[in-house]
Write a protein that binds this ligand. Structure first.
Ligand code: FE2
Length: 290
């Protein structure tokens, strides 16, 4: 069974054109293959106030945008464009390079309203960093969800309660949005060699420790913080399953993936393995090769 190894708090920072995000306090603590976990908002914008991320490049990794509230529009250098509505997922593989804009939808911009969602960066192994860019878009209606015994889940990637995602990932990734009623439990199976994390963004949950569960259920979590609260990222130990208990209505993400064991050279929107590759990315971008 997996248990909590460390709790990473989040801080509120400004990103892109100035939108508010909650982000783990130390990015170095986010486990491979994830590079960034940004909770965008929730922010209640007045008419004309919403901001996004104007045209910018990416190379060497994937960006996953998952919208909970609000409405966004995106465009890119390959001529793709589309919109994101609540529950929609955009899994963008930047690969060798893409330039895109991620902005509030013009109707949302006019009306204002609540914007809330996630942007998660997933690293690519060196042999796939220069793959062709691609998009996978799964609308809320098409995305696999499951509800059992007071637990609801949207399976963005991986598998939960017997339901699998339809996203094709380069390396095995699990990304699940879970909502739990108070007093419910979820058993989540995971391959034991994958890194895993839980990010709570409403309520709080408890991960019981194996020794206490089997012998003394009344002393759950005693002495070690096994509770994960709103705005906390928990790094988990290895193991074949996670048992999650909700102490209140709770919402969180389960994230898992392999340790890449490769050097990371990172500068702004580029994530490569060496400094030379970062310099090449700047050169290629400035010379219109994206
Ligand atoms: Fe971006």
């Amino acid at each position: 069974m997996r248990s909590v190894v460390e709790i990473v708090p989040t801080q509120t920072v400004r990103e892109g054109g100035g939108f508010k995000v909650r982000r783990p306090y130390s990015m170095n603590r986010v486990l491979s293959p994830f590079l960034l976990i940004d909770e965008m908002g929730p922010v209640n914008y007045g008419p004309g106030e919403a901001v996004g991320a104007p045209w910018h490049p990416h190379r060497g990794f994937e960006t996953v945008t998952y919208l909970l509230e609000g409405r966004m529009r995106h465009e890119d250098s390959a001529g793709n464009s589309g919109e994101l509505n609540p529950g929609d997922v955009q899994w963008m593989t930047a690969g060798r390079g893409i330039i895109h804009s991620e902005e509030p939808h013009e109707d949302f911009q006019k009306s204002g309203g609540v914007m809330h969602g996630f942007q998660i960066w997933v690293n690519l192994p060196s042999k796939h960093k220069m793959m062709s860019p691609r998009y996978q878009e799964i609308t809320a209606n098409d995305s696999p969800t499951v509800e059992k015994n007071g637990v609801w889940a949207r399976i963005i990637a991986g598998e939960c309660m017997g339901v699998s995602s339809s996203i094709d990932t380069v390396i095995p990734i699990t990304l699940i949005h879970v909502k739990m009623e108070e007093g419910t439990q979820l058993y989540q199976k995971l391959k034991s060699n994958l890194n895993s994390m839980i990010y709570v963004f409403s309520g709080n949950v408890t991960i019981p420790r194996e020794t206490t569960v089997k012998t003394h259920p009344q002393i759950l979590g005693l002495g070690v913080k096994q509770q994960i609260s709103d705005g906390e990222l928990a790094l988990l130990s290895e193991g074949e399953e996670i048992i999650i208990q909700s102490n209140a209505f709770s919402e969180f993400l389960i994230l898992a993936g392999p340790e890449l064991n490769e050097p990371i050279a990172r500068h702004g929107p580029f994530v490569m393995n060496t400094r030379e590759e970062i310099q090449q990315a700047f050169f290629d971008y400035q010379n219109g090769l994206f």
